[in-house]
Design a protein around this ligand. Structure first.
Ligand SMILES: Nc1nc2c(c(=O)[nH]1)N[C@H]1C(S)=C(S)[C@@H](COP(=O)(O)OP(=O)(O)OC[C@H]3O[C@@H](n4cnc5c(N)ncnc54)[C@H](O)[C@@H]3O)O[C@H]1N2
Ligand code: MOO
Ligand SMILES: [Mg+2]
Length: 404
């Protein structure tokens, strides 16, 4: 199956969770909004000064000399009404007194005891932030499906919103399969390797609003696999497994999925990641990622994460893609669409440049760890010459600390 068909199938089949829950603002970062939010208060709540200086009374002219009749601080309004010939010392954020023509920065007045001399004639309203000029009371602030980040938290706090309604966190069962796998930190016996995929996938998911149950390492035993997957399907929205989806004698994952559930697709024309299996086990979506770690990461990033975002109520989003000029040839055989690990840079004049990173084996994590983008090389194409434009998917920070 072509990757585009797989995306279309995921977009069609994976629906947002229906359950929602209230969430305190301080705990809402990264959560997905399930109900619209309206401002409970206008922002700012009152007209206030944008500068430290003087609130000037009405009918003022340049070089006027004004009497300072009071002081307004943030949190401590001056309660009077300014008359012609009067001024009030005012600080940034303090409510502007009734009768104020404008606020003049203190840098533009000469102070003489309790009197001030203006350098110029201020325009009406100068240095005054009107009530509600940012947000009106009752104004729609955020819509369902939006992910709450620092900007949204700030906006909601300013508008007096303390609680929001969010989708509940998707529950994910995470497991690795393979008789050869051991936990990092343990000694390795003959033919054994460290379980890489669980750690890698855990990291990929850890900033997302999900609940992860770690089912550990399962042996290549179809009975144990069937029992564990059935158990995982009962309490989870998504099962994320790796290994055993190809055609080897001990590759049981796909057959077990076929027997217990339903296969949406198996095998995509992509490299790495060809034997990715997707389906459903009872109420749980199932992603059977290929065992090779780079294949597991590529397929998790390209297919599992968009499906998870849709499940979490965020709608359908695929990774943003750009066009960059190849600084060297990309080697490729015609056939599957390659997602090669590459290095994205900017030229001195700001154009995007993409360079091959090194060997592209689907077991070679050392190359992945020096990359900051996938170079997407179309299936039908052979090697890409230097100077050609290449589609690139920059890695998000959840994938690498290497910034562009
Ligand atoms: N005859 C064919 N053989 C293979 C094909 C094919 O089309 N025909 N496809 C190859 C491709 S492409 C991939 S990708 C792999 C996928 O294999 P599986 O998903 O069945 O995974 P395993 O066989 O269990 O393991 C493959 C490889 O990855 C290592 N592995 C597995 N799990 C982990 C883990 N958690 N951490 C680190 N490494 C892991 C495992 O030891 C193997 O070396 O199949 C090809 N074969
Ligand atoms: O498709 Mo596999 O992931 O190349 O090794
Ligand atoms: Mg295999």
């Amino acid at each position: 199956m072509a990757p585009q068909q797989a995306w279309a199938l995921l977009q069609r089949r994976v629906r947002a969770l229906t359950e929602t829950e209230p969430c305190a603002l301080h705990a809402a970062t990264g959560r997905t909004l399930a109900r619209p939010v309206r401002a409970l208060a206008q922002v700012p709540p009152f007209a206030n000064s944008a500068m430290d200086g003087y609130a000037i009374g009405p009918d003022v002219t340049a070089h006027d000399c004004l009497n300072v009749v009071g002081r307004a601080l943030a949190g401590h309004p001056w309660g009077g009404t300014l008359k012609a010939g009067e001024a009030v010392r005012i600080m940034t954020g303090a409510p502007v007194p009734a009768g104020t023509h404008a606020v003049v920065m203190q840098e533009h007045v000469a102070v003489d005891g309790e009197r001030i001399l203006l350098e110029y004639h201020p325009e009406a309203g100068q240095n005054i932030r009107p009530a509600g000029d940012d947000v009106q009371a009752g104004q729609a602030l955020l819509t369902p499906g939006e992910v709450i980040g620092a900007a949204q938290i700030g906006l909601l706090a300013a508008a007096g919103v303390a609680t929001v309604t969010v989708y509940r966190r998707p529950r994910i069962a995470l497991l690795s399969t393979g008789d050869e796998l051991r936990e990092p930190g343990q000694p390795l016996g003959a033919g054994q390797i460290y379980d890489t995929n669980r750690a890698l996938l855990h990291s990929l998911l850890h900033t997302l609003p999900v609940e992860i149950t770690d089912f550990g390492i399962l042996p290549d035993d179809p009975a144990i696999l069937a029992k564990t997957l059935t158990e995982a399907a009962a309490g989870h929205d998504l099962i994320l497994s790796s290994g055993g989806v190809s055609v080897g004698d001990t590759d049981h994952t796909r057959q077990v999925l076929e027997r217990l559930g339903d296969i949406g697709f198996w095998k995509l024309s992509i490299k790495p990641g060809k034997p990715l299996a997707f389906g459903q086990l009872d109420q749980a979506w199932f992603f059977g990622l290929p065992g090779n770690p780079v294949s597991a990461l590529v397929t998790a990033y390209l297919f599992m994460l968009p499906a998870l975002r849709q499940l979490a109520g965020q709608g359908w989003h695929q990774p943003p893609q750009y066009s960059a000029r190849a600084t060297a040839p990309f080697r490729k055989k015609p056939g599957r669409t390659d997602y090669q690990r590459a290095r994205l840079n900017r030229s001195v004049n700001g154009h995007l440049l993409v360079s091959p990173c090194g060997p592209q084996g689907s077991h070679q994590l050392s190359v992945l760890a020096t990359a900051n983008a996938f170079a997407v090389l179309p299936g039908a194409a052979g090697s890409i010459p230097e100077g050609d434009l290449v589609t690139v998917l920059p890695f998000p920070q959840t994938l690498t600390g290497l910034a562009l």
